[in-house]
Design a protein around this ligand. Sequence first.
Ligand code: 5GP
Length: 185
Amino acid sequence: MKKGKIFVVAGPSGVGKDTLIRKAVKGVERLHCSISATTRKPRKGEIDGKDYYFLGENEFEQKVKHGEFLEHKQVYGNKYGTLWEEVKGHIQSGESVLLEIDVQGALDVKSEVKDALLIFIMPPSLEELESRLLNRKTDVTSEIKTRMGTAPAEIEIGKKYFDIIVYNENADEAAEKLAGILKGE
Ligand code: 5GP
């Protein structure tokens, strides 16, 4: 049986990855959206096992020790990782898997799985990115500063190492482009 593909979507915080992905995956068949593990505390409305697997530090470290992660990284002070369990069985059964992770984790996936496709979501500008972060009101000011501080370096990595760049100027058009990529068009 033909194996499924790994799609990795990354981009700076606030670029609108969640919304784009939600729109794009609607018409795509045989695609599993990987649920990451994290040591971050759940935000209001987030559900364990749906948004993330929320783990304690020890639990996370045990999984690292036992080789359960395809990749794992410290992002903005918390640990995040993609579990092999979220990927392996699916691709073996011919289902593709979509990971929404940070740029460093994306590079690790590529070095582990050579034919993974790295998709970078690019903001129209840094100014626009900042205003989107300010508007979403889920982050405190210090967090917004941290997230804005890392954006230029992330964009450089995206331009240099990612396979495809999707510009998120218009959400509907960008979602359509992403859907096309996920369908292999
Ligand atoms: P948030 O805390 O806002 O949900 O996510 C913060 C950052 O962590 C985002 O850039 C997100 O893409 C990244 N992230 C989420 N899950 C993973 C993962 O499994 N691995 C890595 N490397 N980054 C992740």
